[in-house]
Design a binder for this molecule. Structure first.
Ligand SMILES: Nc1ncnc2c1ncn2[C@@H]1O[C@H](COP(=O)(O)OP(=O)(O)OP(=O)(O)O)[C@@H](O)[C@H]1O
Ligand SMILES: [Mg+2]
Length: 226
């Protein structure tokens, strides 16, 4: 196992000011995730799991330490480069699916490519191919409000993967699913991992985490066990 690192965090910090107090959501996180790994992140509510994902995703900037994603030091990126990082290097799936309602599934999946200069017809072609890969071809023309929870989450994964990100980040993606749909989504993640996709998955569910190759445990903004 000496694949290059997909994520490397050294003493990573993220503090928030709230009133007079400051909250250290990340209080010195050091970890490495290799390319092609499937890693789960667990820990109590408030332990910093979402903050860690958001920093790796480039949605939030660290307030201390360093984080490299696919070799790129995020602190060195200006706003424009960070926006490119968000749209190309990482794909993110949330607990609430965050798809645009009333739009077709295929348009939702194609959307991230609109920011990388891919012509419209090619965007739709790639979105259809991705939906086919995820077993969602028959739903491509449906509006997202016509889908089941499990289908919505599959569409969200298709959208996260459309720009071929180095890493797939998922923050409690099974949180709104029943156990059958949750199991199906994890089976999909395992399949993507088998195809070489790096996956970082936050979950409260030990059963879900057991499908990952290893689990990082957080508490009070720190990694307590890798
Ligand atoms: N924008 C913010 N402003 C102030 N405090 C924040 C902000 N975002 C997160 N925090 C605080 O940082 C800490 C870590 O939050 P985070 O969302 O990362 O936890 P989590 O492990 O994802 O929890 P959960 O399991 O409930 O989703 C919490 O104490 C939270 O209140
Ligand atoms: Mg969270």
């Amino acid at each position: 196992m000496n694949a290059p690192l997909a994520v490397e965090a050294l003493d990573l910090e993220r503090t928030y000011a709230s009133g007079h107090a400051t909250v250290a959501a990340l209080a010195g996180v050091t970890l490495g995730i290799r390319r092609g790994e499937f890693v789960a992140v667990m820990g109590p509510s408030g332990s910093g799991k979402s903050t860690l994902l958001n920093v790796v995703a480039g949605l939030e900037r660290p307030t201390g330490g360093t984080v490299r994603v696919d070799g790129e030091d995020l602190a060195k990126l200006d706003e424009e480069a960070l926006a490119r990082h968000r749209s190309k290097r990482v794909g993110m799936v949330f607990q609430a699916f965050n798809l645009l309602p009333r739009f077709r599934v295929v348009d939702n999946v194609a959307l991230p490519l609109a920011f990388s200069g891919v012509p419209a017809a090619e965007r739709i072609r790639r979105a259809r191919a991705m939906l086919e890969r995820l077993g969602m071809s028959s739903r491509a023309e449906h509006r997202t409000n016509e889908l089941s929870g499990g289908e919505l989450q599959r569409a969200a994964v298709a959208r996260a993967l459309i720009a071929q990100p180095a890493i797939l980040l998922a923050d409690e993606p099974t949180g709104n699913l029943d156990s059958a749909n949750g199991a199906a989504l994890i089976a999909l993640f395992e399949e993507l991992h088998a195809q070489g996709q790096t996956v970082l998955l936050v979950t409260h569910d030990a059963q879900i985490a057991s499908h990952a190759e290893r689990t990082i445990r957080m508490r009070d903004g720190r990694v307590v066990d890798e």
